[in-house]
Design a protein around this ligand. Structure first.
Ligand code: SF4
Ligand code: SF4
Length: 439
C-alpha cells in the first residue's frame, strides 16, 4: 500500500484505533431540551445576534448575521423561544456571546427555498447557497466553505479531495455518514466540483473502513470524474497537507496554501451539508458527532448545533465511570473542555471522555535526543528543537525552525519516550504569537 506519507504513527493499533466502540452504531437523532449556540463557531469574526430574549424563532431561521469576508450567518437549530443572548463559557479561554433557545420540540421549519438539483444549480448560486446556509469545514477546521470554494484570481486547482480519512482515534462520525448517506456526500461533491470548475475529484478513505470504501465506490460509479482512493491507515493521514501529498505527489511548501499545490480539500460531512443547502435549501443546523469513551452506550449522534455536551452524554446513557478529561474533537487534536456545559458546534465531530486512568498526565523528563519525534513528524520538523526554542521563549527562532508549519497533530508527543509536552508547547507558542500580533 503506497498511498501514504512520510512519518506518522499508528496510535491504539491493538484496539482498532478505539473505533470499534462506535463504528457499528447507526446514527440516531437527539432532541435537546434547549440549545446554547455560540456566535464564533467559524474561523472569522463572530456573527452578530439579530434576535432578542423572549422572541419566538423557527427552525432554520437566521438568528445572527455575518461580519466581514469570512463571516457566516447562524441559524436556529430548534424552534422555540429565545431564552438569552449573553456571554457563556465555551472552549475558548474567554466567554463567548451565545444565543440560548428553549426547544418546543415542534421542529417548525422556516419556508425552505432550494436552489435546485445538482444539474440545475449554477456555480455562483451554489457558492451563495453554501454561504447562506452558514457552512464551514465540519472536519474540525471551521473555515468558511464558500470562501474555500472561491478560487482566487491567478490560481487554479486540478483536483478536489474529499476527506473521508477520519484518522483521529475513536471517531467514527464520518464513517457512519459514508455508510448511511453516501448519495448526499457524492451529490455535495459534484456540487463542489461544479462550483470550482474542477473536473477531477478524489474521495480519500483509510483502509480501516473497507465497508465505507465499497459503499462510496458503488455510489460514485455513475460519475467517472470521481475516484475513490483507499489510504493506508496511519495518523495524521487526514491532515490537509498529507492528503494533498498522497493524492497529487506534491508538497504544500512552507507558508503556502493547498491551492498553491493545485488542490482543494473538503470534508465528507461538509459535502453532505452542501447537498442539503443547495438541493433542499436547508441551513446547517445539525451534525453527526461521535460520543464515546466512558459513557454507558457510546454512539454516533445526530445533534442540533448548540446541544450541550451533558445532553449528548445523557443520550448515551450517561457516564459509565467518572470522566477526568473531555476531548472536543478527539484525543490527538481535540481541545480539552472545562466541563459538560459546553456546546456542540458545526465543527464538533467527536466527544471523547476519558477516565482518570486513561487520561493520566505523565511527568515529563529531559530529552534523551533519541530523534523519534523527528522520525514521525509528517512535516519534517525537528520537534525537540522547537521545544528547546519554546523553553527559551525564543519564538522568532522557533518560527525559523518551522513553528508555523506544524499541523499540531501530536504525533511527536505521542511517540516521545521522555513524555515531553511537545505539540501543546507549540500550540501555546502559536497562541502567544497570535495574541502578540493582535496587540
Ligand atoms: S522524542 Fe522526545 S526524547 Fe526523543 S528527541 Fe524527541 S523530544 Fe527528545
Ligand atoms: S505536532 Fe507538529 S512538530 Fe509534532 S509531529 Fe505534528 S507537525 Fe510535527
Amino acid at each position: 500500500m503506497k498511498n501514504t506519507f512520510r512519518g506518522g504513527i499508528h496510535p491504539l493499533r491493538r484496539i482498532g484505533e478505539g473505533k470499534p466502540l462506535t463504528n457499528a452504531s447507526s446514527v440516531f437523532a437527539v432532541q435537546p431540551d434547549c440549545v446554547v449556540i455560540p456566535m464564533g463557531m467559524h474561523l472569522g469574526a463572530p456573527s452578530t445576534p439579530c434576535v432578542e430574549k423572549g422572541q419566538r424563532v423557527k427552525l432554520g431561521q437566521v438568528i445572527a448575521t455575518p461580519i466581514g469576508a469570512l463571516g457566516l450567518p447562524v441559524h436556529a437549530s430548534v424552534s422555540g423561544e429565545v431564552l438569552f443572548v449573553e456571554e457563556r463559557q465555551q472552549l475558548r479561554a474567554a466567554p463567548e456571546l451565545c444565543i440560548g433557545i428553549q426547544n418546543d420540540k415542534q421542529d417548525e421549519w422556516i419556508e425552505l427555498t432550494p436552489t435546485g438539483t445538482v444539474e440545475q444549480a449554477e456555480p455562483a448560486q451554489i457558492v451563495a447557497a453554501v454561504r447562506n446556509a452558514g457552512i464551514c469545514g465540519m472536519g474540525g477546521a471551521a473555515f468558511p466553505t464558500h470562501v474555500k470554494m472561491t478560487i482566487p484570481e491567478g490560481k487554479s486547482a486540478e483536483v478536489v479531495i474529499l476527506n473521508g480519512a477520519e484518522c483521529e482515534p475513536y471517531l467514527t462520525a464520518d464513517h457512519r455518514l459514508m455508510l448511511e448517506s453516501p448519495q448526499r456526500i457524492i451529490d455535495g461533491f459534484r456540487l463542489i466540483l461544479k462550483a470550482t470548475g474542477v473536473s477531477a475529484g478524489v474521495v480519500a478513505i483509510e483502509t480501516n473502513k473497507p465497508d465505507a470504501i465499497e459503499t462510496m465506490r458503488s455510489c460514485a460509479a455513475p460519475y467517472p470524474e470521481i475516484r475513490i482512493l483507499p489510504l493506508k491507515t496511519k495518523y495524521p493521514q487526514g491532515s490537509e497537507k498529507q492528503l494533498i501529498q498522497v493524492v497529487t505527489g506534491r508538497e504544500v511548501s512552507r507558508g503556502k496554501l493547498p491551492i498553491d499545490a493545485g488542490a482543494l480539500v473538503f470534508n465528507v460531512s461538509t459535502a453532505a451539508a452542501i447537498c442539503d443547502a443547495v438541493t433542499l435549501g436547508k441551513p446547517l443546523v445539525q451534525r453527526i458527532t461521535t460520543v464515546t469513551g466512558c459513557v454507558a452506550s457510546p454512539g454516533n449522534l445526530l445533534l442540533r448545533i448548540g446541544t450541550r455536551y451533558e445532553e449528548a452524554v445523557a443520550a448515551c446513557g450517561g457516564l459509565s465511570e467518572c470522566a477526568k478529561k473531555v476531548f472536543a474533537g478527539g484525543p490527538m487534536t481535540g481541545l480539552c473542555a472545562p466541563d459538560l456545559t459546553i456546546s456542540i458546534t458545526k465543527a464538533t465531530n467527536g466527544l471523547v471522555l476519558f477516565t482518570a486512568k486513561q487520561a493520566k498526565d505523565m511527568e515529563e523528563s529531559a530529552c534523551i535526543r533519541c530523534a523519534r519525534c523527528v522520525q514521525v513528524c509528517p512535516i519534517g520538523l525537528h520537534p525537540y528543537q522547537l521545544r528547546a526554542d519554546f523553553d527559551r521563549n525564543d519564538y522568532e527562532t522557533a518560527k525559523k525552525h518551522g513553528l508555523m508549519d506544524c499541523v499540531l497533530c501530536g504525533a511527536c508527543s505521542y511517540i516521545c519516550p521522555a513524555r515531553r509536552y511537545l505539540s501543546s508547547s507549540f500550540k501555546a507558542a502559536r497562541d502567544e504569537l497570535a495574541a502578540k500580533a493582535r496587540r
